[in-house]
Design a protein around this ligand. Structure first.
Ligand code: UDP
Ligand code: MN
Length: 329
Protein backbone atom coordinates (compact mmCIF):
# COMPACT_ATOMS: atom_id res chain seq x y z
CA UNK A 1 0.00 0.00 0.00
CA UNK A 2 1.28 3.42 -0.96
CA UNK A 3 1.73 5.23 2.41
CA UNK A 4 2.63 8.63 0.87
CA UNK A 5 -0.10 11.28 1.02
CA UNK A 6 -2.34 11.94 -1.85
CA UNK A 7 -2.43 15.53 -3.14
CA UNK A 8 -6.12 15.72 -2.15
CA UNK A 9 -5.20 14.93 1.48
CA UNK A 10 -2.54 17.60 1.43
CA UNK A 11 -5.14 20.07 0.17
CA UNK A 12 -7.63 19.15 2.90
CA UNK A 13 -4.93 19.46 5.53
CA UNK A 14 -3.84 22.84 4.17
CA UNK A 15 -7.43 24.13 4.17
CA UNK A 16 -7.93 22.80 7.67
CA UNK A 17 -4.70 24.45 8.89
CA UNK A 18 -5.65 27.73 7.24
CA UNK A 19 -9.11 27.54 8.85
CA UNK A 20 -7.56 26.89 12.22
CA UNK A 21 -5.20 29.83 11.88
CA UNK A 22 -8.09 32.10 10.83
CA UNK A 23 -10.17 30.88 13.77
CA UNK A 24 -7.32 31.50 16.19
CA UNK A 25 -6.76 34.94 14.73
CA UNK A 26 -10.49 35.67 14.98
CA UNK A 27 -10.63 34.56 18.61
CA UNK A 28 -7.61 36.66 19.51
CA UNK A 29 -9.13 39.65 17.68
CA UNK A 30 -12.40 39.09 19.46
CA UNK A 31 -10.72 39.10 22.86
CA UNK A 32 -8.80 42.26 21.92
CA UNK A 33 -12.07 43.73 20.70
CA UNK A 34 -13.87 42.85 23.93
CA UNK A 35 -10.94 44.31 25.87
CA UNK A 36 -11.29 47.49 23.88
CA UNK A 37 -15.04 47.45 24.51
CA UNK A 38 -14.48 46.97 28.25
CA UNK A 39 -11.91 49.74 28.32
CA UNK A 40 -14.29 52.10 26.45
CA UNK A 41 -17.09 51.21 28.86
CA UNK A 42 -14.81 51.92 31.85
CA UNK A 43 -13.70 55.26 30.53
CA UNK A 44 -17.32 56.12 29.72
CA UNK A 45 -18.25 55.27 33.32
CA UNK A 46 -15.39 57.42 34.59
CA UNK A 47 -16.48 60.23 32.30
CA UNK A 48 -20.09 60.02 33.47
CA UNK A 49 -18.98 59.98 37.11
CA UNK A 50 -16.81 63.05 36.53
CA UNK A 51 -19.73 64.69 34.74
CA UNK A 52 -22.08 64.04 37.63
CA UNK A 53 -19.48 65.26 40.18
CA UNK A 54 -18.97 68.38 38.10
CA UNK A 55 -22.71 68.84 37.89
CA UNK A 56 -23.01 68.60 41.70
CA UNK A 57 -20.16 71.09 42.18
CA UNK A 58 -21.72 73.46 39.72
CA UNK A 59 -25.10 73.14 41.44
CA UNK A 60 -23.63 73.93 44.87
CA UNK A 61 -21.66 76.84 43.38
CA UNK A 62 -24.89 78.23 41.91
CA UNK A 63 -26.63 77.70 45.26
CA UNK A 64 -23.78 79.58 47.00
CA UNK A 65 -24.09 82.46 44.51
CA UNK A 66 -27.85 82.48 45.18
CA UNK A 67 -27.21 82.54 48.91
CA UNK A 68 -24.79 85.46 48.59
CA UNK A 69 -27.23 87.28 46.29
CA UNK A 70 -30.04 86.59 48.73
CA UNK A 71 -27.84 87.90 51.55
CA UNK A 72 -27.20 91.12 49.68
CA UNK A 73 -30.93 91.39 49.08
CA UNK A 74 -31.74 90.77 52.74
CA UNK A 75 -33.44 93.68 54.31
CA UNK A 76 -31.52 94.60 57.45
CA UNK A 77 -34.77 95.73 59.08
CA UNK A 78 -36.36 92.31 58.54
CA UNK A 79 -35.62 90.00 61.51
CA UNK A 80 -34.03 86.65 60.68
CA UNK A 81 -35.73 83.38 61.50
CA UNK A 82 -33.32 80.83 63.01
CA UNK A 83 -34.91 77.41 62.69
CA UNK A 84 -33.23 74.61 64.66
CA UNK A 85 -33.85 71.16 63.18
CA UNK A 86 -32.63 68.00 64.89
CA UNK A 87 -32.33 65.10 62.45
CA UNK A 88 -31.14 61.48 62.50
CA UNK A 89 -30.29 58.78 60.00
CA UNK A 90 -33.21 56.66 58.87
CA UNK A 91 -34.83 55.58 55.61
CA UNK A 92 -36.99 58.69 55.36
CA UNK A 93 -34.38 61.27 56.42
CA UNK A 94 -33.57 62.58 52.95
CA UNK A 95 -37.26 62.65 51.99
CA UNK A 96 -38.17 64.62 55.14
CA UNK A 97 -35.26 67.06 54.76
CA UNK A 98 -36.04 67.54 51.06
CA UNK A 99 -39.64 68.45 51.83
CA UNK A 100 -38.49 70.78 54.59
CA UNK A 101 -35.85 72.50 52.47
CA UNK A 102 -38.39 73.05 49.71
CA UNK A 103 -40.58 74.88 52.20
CA UNK A 104 -37.75 76.88 53.76
CA UNK A 105 -36.27 78.02 50.42
CA UNK A 106 -39.29 80.31 50.03
CA UNK A 107 -38.70 82.17 53.28
CA UNK A 108 -36.66 85.39 53.18
CA UNK A 109 -34.15 86.14 55.94
CA UNK A 110 -34.04 82.56 57.04
CA UNK A 111 -31.17 80.66 58.63
CA UNK A 112 -31.46 76.90 59.00
CA UNK A 113 -29.50 75.33 61.86
CA UNK A 114 -29.48 71.62 61.10
CA UNK A 115 -28.12 69.42 63.89
CA UNK A 116 -27.52 65.76 63.19
CA UNK A 117 -27.86 63.15 65.91
CA UNK A 118 -24.49 61.68 65.02
CA UNK A 119 -20.79 61.80 65.98
CA UNK A 120 -20.08 63.92 62.92
CA UNK A 121 -21.94 65.56 60.08
CA UNK A 122 -22.86 63.22 57.22
CA UNK A 123 -22.29 63.56 53.49
CA UNK A 124 -25.92 62.85 52.68
CA UNK A 125 -27.15 65.84 54.75
CA UNK A 126 -24.24 68.05 53.69
CA UNK A 127 -24.92 67.40 50.00
CA UNK A 128 -28.60 68.09 50.46
CA UNK A 129 -27.92 71.38 52.24
CA UNK A 130 -25.26 72.68 49.85
CA UNK A 131 -27.46 72.41 46.77
CA UNK A 132 -30.38 74.25 48.38
CA UNK A 133 -30.71 78.00 48.22
CA UNK A 134 -30.90 78.33 51.97
CA UNK A 135 -28.48 79.89 54.42
CA UNK A 136 -27.56 77.09 56.80
CA UNK A 137 -25.31 75.90 59.59
CA UNK A 138 -24.59 72.19 59.77
CA UNK A 139 -23.71 70.67 63.15
CA UNK A 140 -23.71 67.26 64.81
CA UNK A 141 -23.92 65.83 68.32
CA UNK A 142 -24.79 62.32 69.33
CA UNK A 143 -27.59 61.93 71.88
CA UNK A 144 -26.20 61.08 75.33
CA UNK A 145 -26.53 57.39 76.07
CA UNK A 146 -28.78 57.98 79.09
CA UNK A 147 -31.32 59.70 76.85
CA UNK A 148 -31.45 56.91 74.30
CA UNK A 149 -34.64 54.93 74.17
CA UNK A 150 -34.29 51.16 74.53
CA UNK A 151 -35.22 49.01 71.52
CA UNK A 152 -38.15 47.59 73.47
CA UNK A 153 -39.45 51.00 74.62
CA UNK A 154 -42.36 52.62 72.82
CA UNK A 155 -41.51 55.59 70.56
CA UNK A 156 -42.70 58.25 73.04
CA UNK A 157 -40.78 56.82 76.01
CA UNK A 158 -37.77 59.17 75.78
CA UNK A 159 -37.19 62.77 74.72
CA UNK A 160 -35.91 63.04 71.17
CA UNK A 161 -33.70 65.73 69.66
CA UNK A 162 -32.83 67.42 73.00
CA UNK A 163 -29.02 67.47 72.73
CA UNK A 164 -29.32 68.58 69.11
CA UNK A 165 -31.68 71.50 69.89
CA UNK A 166 -29.37 72.56 72.73
CA UNK A 167 -26.31 72.54 70.47
CA UNK A 168 -28.28 74.65 67.98
CA UNK A 169 -29.17 77.08 70.77
CA UNK A 170 -25.55 77.28 71.90
CA UNK A 171 -24.39 77.94 68.33
CA UNK A 172 -26.90 80.77 67.99
CA UNK A 173 -25.91 82.27 71.37
CA UNK A 174 -22.23 82.19 70.45
CA UNK A 175 -22.48 83.29 66.84
CA UNK A 176 -25.44 85.60 66.39
CA UNK A 177 -24.83 88.89 68.11
CA UNK A 178 -26.62 92.22 67.71
CA UNK A 179 -29.05 90.92 65.12
CA UNK A 180 -32.80 90.96 65.33
CA UNK A 181 -34.50 87.62 64.94
CA UNK A 182 -36.48 84.74 66.37
CA UNK A 183 -35.62 81.16 67.22
CA UNK A 184 -37.95 78.33 66.25
CA UNK A 185 -37.63 74.56 66.76
CA UNK A 186 -38.59 72.96 63.45
CA UNK A 187 -38.54 69.16 63.73
CA UNK A 188 -37.76 67.42 60.47
CA UNK A 189 -40.98 65.45 60.03
CA UNK A 190 -43.58 68.17 60.57
CA UNK A 191 -45.42 70.04 57.81
CA UNK A 192 -45.09 73.82 57.76
CA UNK A 193 -47.11 76.43 55.91
CA UNK A 194 -44.72 79.17 54.80
CA UNK A 195 -47.14 81.76 56.24
CA UNK A 196 -46.22 80.52 59.73
CA UNK A 197 -42.79 82.13 59.39
CA UNK A 198 -44.21 85.55 58.59
CA UNK A 199 -46.47 85.18 61.64
CA UNK A 200 -43.51 84.56 63.94
CA UNK A 201 -41.01 86.97 62.35
CA UNK A 202 -41.78 90.01 64.52
CA UNK A 203 -42.12 88.10 67.81
CA UNK A 204 -41.26 90.44 70.70
CA UNK A 205 -40.94 87.83 73.46
CA UNK A 206 -42.67 84.48 72.88
CA UNK A 207 -45.28 83.96 70.20
CA UNK A 208 -47.67 81.01 70.19
CA UNK A 209 -50.15 79.21 67.90
CA UNK A 210 -51.89 75.83 67.67
CA UNK A 211 -50.33 72.66 66.20
CA UNK A 212 -52.49 70.06 64.45
CA UNK A 213 -52.36 66.27 64.83
CA UNK A 214 -50.62 66.25 68.19
CA UNK A 215 -51.38 65.07 71.73
CA UNK A 216 -53.94 62.61 70.39
CA UNK A 217 -56.10 65.51 69.22
CA UNK A 218 -57.04 67.23 65.95
CA UNK A 219 -55.14 70.19 67.33
CA UNK A 220 -53.61 71.30 70.60
CA UNK A 221 -52.61 74.78 71.67
CA UNK A 222 -53.56 78.15 73.08
CA UNK A 223 -57.11 79.43 73.32
CA UNK A 224 -56.92 83.16 72.71
CA UNK A 225 -59.33 86.03 73.22
CA UNK A 226 -58.73 89.55 71.92
CA UNK A 227 -55.04 88.92 71.31
CA UNK A 228 -54.32 87.34 74.70
CA UNK A 229 -53.79 83.72 75.71
CA UNK A 230 -56.68 82.75 77.94
CA UNK A 231 -55.95 79.04 78.44
CA UNK A 232 -54.70 75.98 76.58
CA UNK A 233 -56.61 73.22 74.83
CA UNK A 234 -54.99 69.87 75.63
CA UNK A 235 -56.06 66.43 76.79
CA UNK A 236 -52.81 65.12 78.25
CA UNK A 237 -51.39 66.36 81.54
CA UNK A 238 -53.43 69.58 81.49
CA UNK A 239 -51.77 70.64 84.75
CA UNK A 240 -48.71 71.67 82.74
CA UNK A 241 -48.30 75.44 82.80
CA UNK A 242 -47.66 75.62 79.05
CA UNK A 243 -49.01 72.46 77.42
CA UNK A 244 -47.53 73.25 74.03
CA UNK A 245 -45.72 71.27 71.36
CA UNK A 246 -42.17 72.24 70.37
CA UNK A 247 -43.58 73.54 67.05
CA UNK A 248 -46.11 75.82 68.79
CA UNK A 249 -43.89 78.75 69.75
CA UNK A 250 -41.02 81.02 68.69
CA UNK A 251 -38.75 83.07 70.93
CA UNK A 252 -37.16 86.44 70.29
CA UNK A 253 -33.38 86.12 70.00
CA UNK A 254 -32.79 88.87 72.61
CA UNK A 255 -34.58 86.68 75.18
CA UNK A 256 -32.48 83.70 74.11
CA UNK A 257 -29.37 85.85 74.63
CA UNK A 258 -30.59 87.32 77.94
CA UNK A 259 -31.38 83.96 79.55
CA UNK A 260 -28.06 82.41 78.65
CA UNK A 261 -28.56 79.45 80.99
CA UNK A 262 -31.90 78.44 79.50
CA UNK A 263 -31.55 75.15 77.73
CA UNK A 264 -33.96 72.31 77.11
CA UNK A 265 -33.64 70.07 80.13
CA UNK A 266 -32.95 66.45 79.25
CA UNK A 267 -34.12 65.57 82.78
CA UNK A 268 -37.60 67.06 82.25
CA UNK A 269 -40.47 64.67 82.90
CA UNK A 270 -42.02 63.19 79.74
CA UNK A 271 -44.32 65.78 78.23
CA UNK A 272 -42.72 68.57 80.27
CA UNK A 273 -39.91 69.46 77.88
CA UNK A 274 -41.63 72.48 76.35
CA UNK A 275 -43.30 73.81 79.50
CA UNK A 276 -40.08 73.56 81.57
CA UNK A 277 -38.15 75.33 78.82
CA UNK A 278 -40.68 78.13 78.45
CA UNK A 279 -40.95 78.56 82.23
CA UNK A 280 -37.16 79.04 82.38
CA UNK A 281 -37.68 82.40 80.61
CA UNK A 282 -39.95 83.64 83.41
CA UNK A 283 -42.68 84.21 80.87
CA UNK A 284 -46.35 84.42 81.84
CA UNK A 285 -49.18 83.38 79.56
CA UNK A 286 -50.41 86.99 79.63
CA UNK A 287 -47.14 88.05 77.97
CA UNK A 288 -47.38 85.51 75.16
CA UNK A 289 -48.20 86.80 71.69
CA UNK A 290 -50.98 84.84 69.94
CA UNK A 291 -50.41 84.48 66.20
CA UNK A 292 -52.22 82.74 63.33
CA UNK A 293 -55.53 84.57 63.46
CA UNK A 294 -55.74 84.71 67.23
CA UNK A 295 -54.67 81.02 67.38
CA UNK A 296 -57.54 79.87 65.18
CA UNK A 297 -55.55 79.02 62.07
CA UNK A 298 -53.49 75.84 61.67
CA UNK A 299 -50.15 76.54 60.00
CA UNK A 300 -48.15 73.58 61.30
CA UNK A 301 -48.97 69.87 61.45
CA UNK A 302 -47.21 67.26 63.56
CA UNK A 303 -47.42 64.83 60.67
CA UNK A 304 -44.76 62.20 61.56
CA UNK A 305 -43.40 60.16 58.68
CA UNK A 306 -44.29 56.49 58.80
CA UNK A 307 -41.39 54.00 58.91
CA UNK A 308 -41.27 52.23 55.54
CA UNK A 309 -41.55 48.45 55.30
CA UNK A 310 -38.39 46.78 54.02
CA UNK A 311 -39.60 43.18 53.76
CA UNK A 312 -38.52 42.67 50.16
CA UNK A 313 -35.22 44.48 50.66
CA UNK A 314 -34.39 42.13 53.56
CA UNK A 315 -35.39 39.10 51.51
CA UNK A 316 -33.20 40.16 48.59
CA UNK A 317 -30.34 41.05 50.92
CA UNK A 318 -30.35 37.50 52.28
CA UNK A 319 -29.95 36.33 48.68
CA UNK A 320 -27.13 38.81 48.06
CA UNK A 321 -29.36 40.73 45.65
CA UNK A 322 -30.27 43.85 47.65
CA UNK A 323 -30.84 47.18 45.88
CA UNK A 324 -27.73 49.11 44.77
CA UNK A 325 -26.43 50.72 48.01
CA UNK A 326 -24.52 53.38 46.05
CA UNK A 327 -27.86 54.98 45.17
CA UNK A 328 -28.71 57.32 48.06
CA UNK A 329 -32.34 57.42 49.00
N1 UDP B 1 -34.53 62.95 66.47
C1 UDP B 1 -33.18 62.84 66.70
N2 UDP B 1 -32.69 61.66 67.20
C2 UDP B 1 -33.49 60.57 67.47
C3 UDP B 1 -34.87 60.71 67.24
C4 UDP B 1 -35.35 61.92 66.76
O1 UDP B 1 -32.43 63.79 66.44
O2 UDP B 1 -32.98 59.53 67.91
C5 UDP B 1 -35.06 64.22 65.93
C6 UDP B 1 -36.06 64.03 64.78
O3 UDP B 1 -35.39 64.00 63.53
C7 UDP B 1 -37.00 65.20 64.94
C8 UDP B 1 -36.98 65.47 66.45
O4 UDP B 1 -35.79 64.86 66.96
O5 UDP B 1 -36.54 66.35 64.26
C9 UDP B 1 -38.20 64.85 67.16
O6 UDP B 1 -38.22 63.47 66.91
P1 UDP B 1 -39.48 62.68 66.35
O7 UDP B 1 -40.01 63.40 65.17
O8 UDP B 1 -39.09 61.26 66.18
O9 UDP B 1 -40.48 62.80 67.57
P2 UDP B 1 -42.04 62.95 67.57
O10 UDP B 1 -42.39 64.08 66.70
O11 UDP B 1 -42.56 61.66 67.04
O12 UDP B 1 -42.35 63.18 68.98
MN1 MN C 1 -41.82 64.40 64.71
Amino acid sequence: MNRSMKPSHVMILAVFAAGLVTLLLFISRCSTFSNVLLETENSLDRFLLQQSMLHDRLKSAVAEIDRVTQDSQQKPDLPTIYAITPTYKRFTQKADLTRLSQTFMHIPNFHWVVVEDAEKTSKIVKDLLTVKKIRFTHLAVKTQVKLLKKESDPHWKKHRGVDQRNLGLRWIRENIKDKSGVVYFADDDNTYDIDLFEEMRFTKSVSVWPVALVGGLRWEGPICVYGKVLSFFTAWQPEREFPLDMAAFAINIDIIQKYRQSYINPESKLGYLETDYLQSFNIKKEDMEPKANNCRKILVWHTQTVEPKMKQEKRLKALGMASDPSIDI
